[in-house]
Design a binder for this molecule. Structure first.
Ligand SMILES: [Zn+2]
Ligand SMILES: [Zn+2]
Length: 505
């Protein structure tokens, strides 16, 4: 028995269930049925939706109350999308952005569908590829089942070398004694045809491989004789981009195409409504600069951007990264040292400021001052959650990490190179008499060069890390102020060209 007046009754048939509901109520709350009733009329409607999702929606119509969790959010979103219920869609979006973490990947991969805009294969694959190094340095990855690990290792992940893929395999295999049997199978995921000789030797000579996979030569392959699924080369160069302030809420971007040419990508408008969840559309990128202290999120297709809050609240950038990947801290092998004039290892705990936070190969590092001491301090890598979550202290060092060396400029404009492997420090004063101020500088890298931007002068200096010398990269002439010059992984295929170019000879 229902409370519905018979004149107001309609029947909704969905797969194995049929619901008798109030037409006026359903049409008032669900735009899809409202359109259907007014265009078709009748008392019986057939739909084809996930059963528990439709029932949740019907309950919501009658109670204004809906329960969302990670198990139902994708299907509920899909149903709300089909039924055009904007409020449920945005609740799902909010819930998903706030609760998504790498831990959910194995369960989500089974539910992903291509026509779901909340999460589809493009989105999850781009998330896994871009965050591959963060993922494999986190705790959640270690608990993934074999098929999910294989799935991830088969993607075009953002790695600088196939050695990172090897490291991922070792981490996962070593986490559980019983996983040794999968070693050979996973080693086939390395794209051997695109692995450099020295990298191959490095893998072959690894202690664990010598012991557990001495027949590596039989498994690996070479171009022309591919025995695995090497497809394309996944190692990708980063793009050097420049960002300029055009107006209070407008910025412009260009990227370096080589040979002194910068291709403009047009302007971007500030939009504080852009979602800031750690998983985003493929064409949305986070650009971090200023020694990890500043970041913006750019939507390359929507031509929008917003500033990121870096640390502090639970939705801040680093806080989200921590929650999403749960970095596994390796306190035993982490190295802390003063790097003032010489390198002096530190074994006891010291209270530190948070002056920088620099990501290198998916691991965060910090170069900072102790609270009580004026000595420059080096702390590699980050080994406590507070480094993610605490706010930054004063800006006292510019730093960038490149090929196992850390390049530092202090307030006195001393330039230091800390060799992270040999644990040595070199010190020089290349900017004496050049009229620079600490606040006016920004340090980044491109390929094998350290890049120094002098913002007010719009000059760019370049330090060749092989020749160890500074040269001028040029001066930018523009009426706009420079926001940043930064190397980043940017999916340039999403940028609409302002002009086209083709080869004619
Ligand atoms: Zn475990
Ligand atoms: Zn191959």
């Amino acid at each position: 028995m229902t409370q519905i007046e018979s004149a107001d009754q309609i029947e909704l048939i969905n797969r194995s269930s049929s619901y008798t509901v109030s037409k006026s109520l359903i049409c008032a709350k669900i735009p899809f049925f409202n359109e259907l009733c007014s265009s078709q009329g009748g008392e019986k409607f057939q739909v084809n939706l996930n059963e528990s999702s439709l029932e949740s929606v019907i309950n919501w119509v009658h109670s204004d109350c809906i329960v969302i969790n990670m198990n139902n959010v994708l299907q509920l979103y899909e149903a709300a999308d089909d039924l055009q219920i904007a409020s449920i869609k945005s609740l799902c979006q909010l819930f998903f952005d706030e609760n998504f973490s790498a831990k959910e990947i194995p369960a989500l991969i089974k539910l992903v569908r291509d026509d779901n805009s909340l999460l589809n294969f493009n989105k999850i694959n781009s998330f896994l590829s871009r965050n591959f190094l963060r993922l494999i340095n986190g705790e959640y990855f270690l608990e993934f089942p074999l098929e999910v690990v294989k799935y991830i290792l088969s993607l075009d992940t953002c790695v600088e070398t196939e050695y990172s893929v090897f490291q991922a395999i070792l981490k996962w295999i070593k986490h559980d004694k019983l996983r040794g049997v999968h070693l050979q199978e996973l080693m086939k995921c390395i794209r051997w045809c695109h692995t450099f000789k020295d990298c191959y030797v490095h893998i072959k000579e690894d202690e664990f491989i010598v012991k557990n996979l001495p027949q590596l030569d039989e498994l690996a392959c070479e171009p022309g004789e591919c025995r695995n699924s090497c497809f394309n080369k996944r190692v990708k160069e980063k793009n050097l981009i420049s960002l300029l302030y055009v107006d209070d809420n407008i910025m412009s971007m260009s990227y370096y195409t080589g040979d002194n040419c910068w291709e403009p990508c047009g302007t971007f408008e500030r939009d504080n409504q852009m979602p800031i969840g750690v998983i985003s559309e493929e064409h949305v990128v986070d650009v971090i600069f200023n020694s990890g202290r500043t970041g913006i999120r750019i939507d390359l297709v929507g031509k929008k951007y917003r500033w990121l809050e870096m640390s502090g609240s639970s939705s801040a950038y680093y806080n989200q990264l921590y929650d999403c990947f749960k970095p596994k801290f390796d306190r035993e092998s982490s190295y802390r040292a003063y790097i003032q004039d010489g390198v002096k290892k530190i074994d006891h705990w010291v209270d530190l400021e948070k002056n920088t936070l620099i990501e290198n190969k998916g691991v965060m590092n910090i170069i900072c001052y102790p609270r009580k001491d004026e000595k420059l301090y080096c702390f590699l890598p980050v080994e406590h959650v507070d480094w993610y979550k605490h706010k930054f202290a004063d800006h006292r060092v510019h730093a960038v990490i490149l090929n196992d060396a850390c390049y530092i400029i202090t307030k006195s404009l001393t330039f230091r190179i800390f060799d992270m492997v040999k644990k040595t420090i070199e010190k020089s004063k290349p900017f004496d008499g050049m009229n620079y101020t600490f606040e006016d500088l920004q340090l980044d890298s491109h390929e094998a060069n350290v890049i120094l931007l002098i913002k007010s002068q719009k000059k760019v200096m370049m330090f060749d890390t092989r020749k160890k010398e500074w040269t001028s990269m040029g001066q930018i002439f523009s009426r706009y102020e420079i926001m940043a010059l930064v190397s980043t992984d940017i999916p340039v295929q999403f940028i609409k060209k302002l002009y086209s170019k083709k080869r004619v000879k």
